[in-house]
Design a protein around this ligand. Structure first.
Ligand SMILES: [Zn+2]
Length: 119
């Protein structure tokens, strides 16, 4: 006597149609895979895809919070006269770098950074 938990037996027609549908699904997958290969082989399409990915990457980068790192305009280090790049050697000069600044009209501002001259 079959238990109540066992899966119901399928009719031969149901098994045959399940196999046929799985073959149809395989065929459709194969066709789609080949179509995508042909689509990607077109240089125009791959260029579009690259552009879209680059735009997505930059949009994603803009949404990230600013990276935590030692600020080159760190007042304590500026007073000590330590190089703003390597943070080890004493600074002998300063150099100007651009820093992203959303308040300014250009979108960046100039920042003076102490520089050891070696790094
Ligand atoms: Zn340095």
């Amino acid at each position: 006597m079959p238990s109540k938990d066992a899966a119901p037996l399928l009719s031969v027609d149901a098994v045959v149609s399940a196999i046929a549908s799985s073959e149809e699904v395989e065929e459709k997958r194969r066709n789609r895979r080949e179509a995508m290969r042909r689509w990607r082989a077109n240089p125009l399409h791959s260029a579009k895809e690259r552009k879209k990915r680059r735009e997505w990457y930059y949009a994603h980068q803009k949404q990230l919070p600013p990276r935590r790192r030692k600020s080159p305009s760190n007042p304590a280090a500026q007073e000590k006269g330590v190089c703003g790049f390597c943070w080890h050697r004493p600074a002998i000069t300063t150099c100007i770098r651009l820093q992203v600044c959303e308040e300014s009209a250009e979108g960046f501002k100039e920042v003076r950074i102490h520089y050891c001259g070696d790094c």
